[in-house]
Design a protein around this ligand. Sequence first.
Ligand SMILES: Cc1cc2nc3c(=O)[nH]c(=O)nc-3n(C[C@H](O)[C@H](O)[C@H](O)COP(=O)(O)OP(=O)(O)OC[C@H]3O[C@@H](n4cnc5c(N)ncnc54)[C@H](O)[C@@H]3O)c2cc1C
Length: 417
Amino acid sequence: MNLAVFAFERQVQSYLRADVIVIGGGPAGTAAAISAARCGKRVVLLEKSAQLGGMGTLANVSVFMPVGNVTGIYREIVSEMLSEYLPPDHDRSISPQYSPFLLRQYLNEKMKKEQVQVFFHCEFVGVIREGRRIKAVVASTREGLKAFEGERFIDCTGDARVAIDAGVPSHSGREEDGLTQPMTLMFTMQNTGKKVVPLLPEGCYPYEKESDLPQGRRLYWEQNNDGTLLVNMSRVKANGAKIEDVNYAEAEALKQVFSIAHYLQKTGFETYAISHIAPQTGVRETNQIQGLYTLSEQDVVNGARFPDVVAQTNYEIDIHSPDASKTTDERKVDGYDIPYRCMVPEEIDNLLVAGRSISATHVAMSSMRVQATCFALGQAAGAAAAISLDESNAMNEISINKLHAVLELQGVKFIGR
Ligand SMILES: Cc1cc2nc3c(=O)[nH]c(=O)nc-3n(C[C@H](O)[C@H](O)[C@H](O)COP(=O)(O)OP(=O)(O)OC[C@H]3O[C@@H](n4cnc5c(N)ncnc54)[C@H](O)[C@@H]3O)c2cc1C
């Protein structure tokens, strides 16, 4: 079928102008916005959904995976929201569970305190670019298309949506075949205290044994000793940035959720009923930009150290099988640095990309993708955007010493420095 290509031209009214525009309100975006605001900049955060927290709330992830050190804005969030989890020694690795509903509320209040202007239901649709600079981003809002003008832009969409639209090269998934990690619809079950009738709605799968399950294993967390079970057991082969894949995944993952719950109700959780299903199927991996440096498997495995370090992690290599077979490649790592250059695209002077879509190979991103690391990257991106404004420099020309000094003032500590 030969489909037409249309030229789409519109006059778009500017809605506001800010120093720093952050697009996407997940871990990276919220930290980027806070960090830039603390440097005295006027910051606007555009989020396409109705909530902040990204996959951490939208996909009910509900667990902060350990990264080896807990510093900066991530430490602050854990200590303010979950004070009982913070060990006196910040260097200790922790993996607290949290309520996604509480995180959502907490982040709303936090943004107010930090004077970040958040706009919900604002979905980025395109950039207005002039030469090597982005002048504005256009978002679809409840009042139609509006432009948001800025001096610096930070793409925290997780999909590198802004960067790709601005012409930054990107790749997706495994180097050999482009397959990304599968999608998962998280859900919770609640102990009702009495036997429930296992429910298997039309279209669902009658799993009989553990090997029938989508991951071939049980994967859940008993939360807070209050009878809540957080279940991470569905698995759908799909790239969360592709129209057809997402359509398939949303329906398939829901079928799996009911099927898994039915299986659990017959095998140890006879008194549990589904209490909540995440608003959207979680996306682990979509697009990676090509930045000034690409984090590699060797960097992760060999514990690479970089002079322009902006985040550190020792989270394992953790690859849920991209072809949706029942395996997960899990390999412990000792710890490594992520350099600033992974967030800097070559083509644009006033854009950074923070969070899971930084410049990294498929294997390297499987380790850096967890929330704490994304908070750290976002925090560094926010500070870097502010510095580049103060210095009137392009994002790839800022002083790394200055960046480290600002991050230190913001409570970031790098192990080994
Ligand atoms: C099923 C699953 C389980 C996981 N388990 C864990 C775990 O146990 N522990 C852990 O720490 N991590 C876990 N992760 C990984 C972690 O949640 C993500 O990698 C992390 O949230 C990425 O942060 P981010 O800010 O880069 O992107 P995201 O969290 O994806 O946030 C991106 C934000 O941008 C918004 N956005 C996207 N496009 C646009 C647009 N066009 N305009 C405006 N806004 C836009 C989105 O709505 C979202 O709010 C898991 C992920 C999944 C999917």
